[in-house]
Design a protein around this ligand. Structure first.
Ligand SMILES: *Cc1c(COP(=O)(O)O)cnc(C)c1O
Length: 428
């Protein structure tokens, strides 16, 4: 072992894990257990008092999930991470310590459709609200922040595709306002972008997508940079002041840079119960081992296919930031120099009807509500994932009725192009 920081590929295989102390098992065992035997009564009391860190009950902590948390924290350059049951759970878990009735967040209009619904509708049940703004208009982002704003939220490479956020510029606005920037890094993965390096405080993921990589798991994670000073203002009392939900413990004072992570486990998972399962954590650990290799192939395929589609007579536009025609091309060297991901949209001249025929005509592409799978996937957002939105919201989100979203897999590009070609012909 040396003190030299290890590279991404080494961390993807080794971070957070060691040979199993009980058996020497090289792979991380699936600790399929609900509870853990305490050594004695003092041990139990110390664990519950958070004086000693250890395993109590798998709603809170589990060794398989713990290994995954440490691995993702290492890959994102964070101080700690908390896994949870889905990407949407991760969003709630990231906001829960920050928010209270009457508080709001400022979020980009370009987000995963389900996230827009969660923020605009379900938030109201908690007394929270969200102001959506165009994150290319930095003055509008600033203007949307008020005394009750507790976070800024955006995606690195925004779903359904083609938009890249200037994370550094948005992080500077968050800093000035004394609030955290939360970045959903699902479609970029830490292989393409580490938002913490660009000033993000918290990073959330749907592990369901590229991180696991083959459509087998529903999972999420919240990564904390450990860099935000929760005590700098009175905005975040659950972290900076005695927390009645944990017998008056002051998380920031007690745990320093690990405060948000401890809060996420001790209060978030304890009371919201959005816990990941050890089997899912195992699959995600396996997936992450090949993350770099897969992302390279995803990107190589996406570049070829986006360029081919752009030249097709039935196509009116392709929103892939990796294309020279993209208005977001200039953000790639700064935000995601290895590539613009493998998720993008294509606009068909034939509009809504042609889109429906195109989707129906594809054979190799699976028509599913998922992305980031080893297999290529397709969906028509306006009639599915973004259906709950108004037409105005659909257009702002890049999901207008003439738009089809493609998630390019790691098959042979030639076969994917042949499938797209015959489906475009069939669509007229
Ligand atoms: C899928 C997705 C989510 C939601 O994740 P789930 O695991 O489905 O809950 C959130 N954000 C983005 C960008 C996604 O792609």
């Amino acid at each position: 072992m040396t003190d030299t920081p290890q590279g991404f590929d080494t961390l993807a295989i080794h971070a957070g894990t060691e040979a199993d102390p009980a058996t020497g098992a090289r792979q991380v065992p699936i600790y399929q257990t609900t509870a853990y035997v305490f050594r004695d009564a003092d041990h139990a009391a110390a664990l519950f008092g958070l004086q000693e860190v250890g395993y109590i009950y798998s709603r809170l902590t589990n060794p398989t999930i713990g290994a995954l948390q440490n691995r993702i924290a290492a890959l994102e350059g964070g101080a700690g991470a908390v896994c949870c049951s889905s990407g949407h759970a991760a969003q709630i878990m990231s906001l829960f310590p920050l928010m209270a009735p009457g508080r709001n967040i400022v979020a980009s209009t370009r987000l995963y459709g389900g996230t827009i619904t969660q923020f605009s509708q379900t938030f109201k049940r908690f007394g929270w609200s969200c102001t959506f703004v165009d994150f290319d208009d930095l003055d509008a982002v600033k203007a949307a922040i008020d005394d009750d704003t507790r976070a800024i939220f955006c995606e690195t490479i925004a779903n359904p595709g083609g938009y890249i956020t200037d994370l550094d510029a948005v992080a500077a606005i968050a800093d000035e306002a004394g609030i955290p920037l939360i970045v959903d890094n699902t479609t970029a993965t830490p292989y393409l972008c580490r938002p913490i390096d660009h000033g993000a405080t918290l990073v959330v993921h749907s592990l369901t997508k590229y991180m696991t990589g083959n459509g087998t798991v529903t999972g999420g994670v919240v990564v904390d940079s450990g860099k935000f000073d929760w005590s700098a203002s009175d905005k975040f009392p659950s972290l900076s002041q005695p927390e009645p939900a944990y017998h008056g413990l002051t998380f920031h004072e007690t745990f320093g840079p690990a405060a948000f992570t401890f809060h996420g486990i001790a209060i978030g998972l304890r009371d919201l119960g959005m816990t990941m399962n050890p089997q899912g954590a195992h699959y995600t650990l396996m997936g992450i081992e090949t993350l770099s290799l897969r992302m390279e192939k995803h990107i190589a395929n996406a570049k070829k296919i986006a360029a081919w589609l752009e030249g097709h007579e039935a196509v009116s536009g392709v929103t892939y930031a990796g294309l020279d025609s993209s208005p977001y091309k200039d953000r790639i060297p700064k935000i995601c120099p290895k590539g613009a991901g493998a998720l993008f949209t294509v606009q068909l001249k034939g509009g809504y009807d042609a889109c429906m025929k195109f989707v129906a005509g594809l054979n190799l592409f699976s028509h599913v509500a998922n992305l980031g799978d080893a297999r290529s996937l397709v969906i028509h957002p306006a009639s599915t994932t973004h259906r709950q939105l108004t037409e105005e919201q659909q257009i702002a989100a890049g999901a207008s009725p003439d738009t089809v979203r493609l998630s390019i897999g790691i098959e042979d590009a030639e076969d994917l192009i042949a499938d797209l070609d015959q489906a475009l012909k069939a669509a007229g």
